[in-house]
Design a protein. Sequence first.
Length: 527
Amino acid sequence: MTRYLKIGGMVLILWFTAKVCYSAPFAGNSFSENVKSTAGTGAAKKLILGKPFMSHMVLQQKQPIPVWGAAGPDALITVKIGSQTRSVHASREGSWRVVLHPMNPDGQKTMTISSSDGEKIILEDILVGEVWLCAGQSNMEFRLSQAVGGKVAVQESNHPEIRIFNFSGIVRPDAVAWNRTELERINHFEFFEGKWERCSPATSSGFSAIGYFFGTTLAANRAVPVGLMEIAVGGAPVEAFVDKKSLGQDSVLKKILVDWKHNELVMDWCRERAAQNLAGSENRDQRHPFEPGYLYEAGVSQLAGFPIRGVIWYQGESNIGNYKEYAALQAGMVANWRKDFGVGEFPFYFVQIAPYWYNNSKSISSALQRDEQLKSVALIHNSGMACTLDIGEEKNIHPAEKLNVAKRLAFWALAETYGFKGFNYKSPNYNSMVVKDTLAVLSFDNANMGLSTFGKEVNCFEVAGSDSIFYPAKLAIKAKQATVWSPKVKVPVAVRYGFCNFPVTAGYLYNTAGLPVPSFRTDNWGK
């Protein structure tokens, strides 16, 4: 907890300074292009908007709305939307920022931004509603068209009240060498591109499946427009999303910044893939999206300040190799983002990674990472975790079942953020163990109506005695308690449930609402 607070406290964001809002100030990709401008064809454009501001966007309801950009030095900038008009002089460097009063959802709006230099930008078809940032690595990036039921969902995705903004990379970190143009653009922080679009079969196919299903669930229950902003990069470790300055202020995490391409604190897979992508570069200082701090610098910082309701997050597979630091890294990232976006302690709902083979199903490396993710809930105020222990695929790190993942996230949002009552949205968590003769009796939280296996046999409990050797255990359920035992263990000392890379089992343990119990262990033996 101390480390988490220390990281968050070191992040300094000055909203009114464009040099802080953008890591690469006034670079071409730092500002919006999806706008209508009245500047002459041959004129040099000085009036530019911050990256998130485009036609078709959704603005967060009932929050002040900062609008920022660049213009000629000292130019008078006027922003008008509906009955509101705000004016400000640009700084000598050309940066400017105004703040609009909170708005309510009441139909389409047009925003006009004009400069005393004679330029004007018109943004059309703007809605006011609920805005969520959908971030992480490949399982958040996983396209709607690839998901179970995705083809039908795409065909039925004509939702003009939902707007999507896929802020995606110009190149994927596949096992290939990137060309010179791509490498140079990455060095100039021109990695991300994207625009706001109406949700339709023509636009939804390549958008995040989890983001889409989350958004449609909210829209169906909230009856207001929903804006979804995706910033997800396959394979990216969590440290790439954290401000480098914040990492540098932590006595342990700062070690991750040292020679990251050869640093064992960065997962070996990430370093190996980066080496493949950068094979054609002779630049010793060549940047890469997996570099600690890069995705924050090139992407998150360009969205920071845009009002949002909250964040949904699916990431962690690329940190299994440095799992011991994950809880602190994730908590630090959230503190970092909350400071930058400036809307308070927004809700942060995340997915616990799904089980996967990882070269050895019986290894516990994935379980150790899942354990750290569970611990981070206690570190991050206003957060919640969606468990996916029952959704993994043994030989596929990208399970195609995304609808239930999104619904579990949406249940957190509906209950905790929007105040819906009367349904269970939390997975049961192991609470305590009592030994009675040869039996280990386990109690759980968040199982008010009891536990269930829904008629399937659960084969992933293990029990050990004082010799620390685990044996498969049998299970009996009564209300909120699970009793496990093994004829090979006379006096139980420790119990594990699904605590391996991929538990091979016919069924799983749930509460009666159908939410799975996360993998857990009662011991602290081994790693």
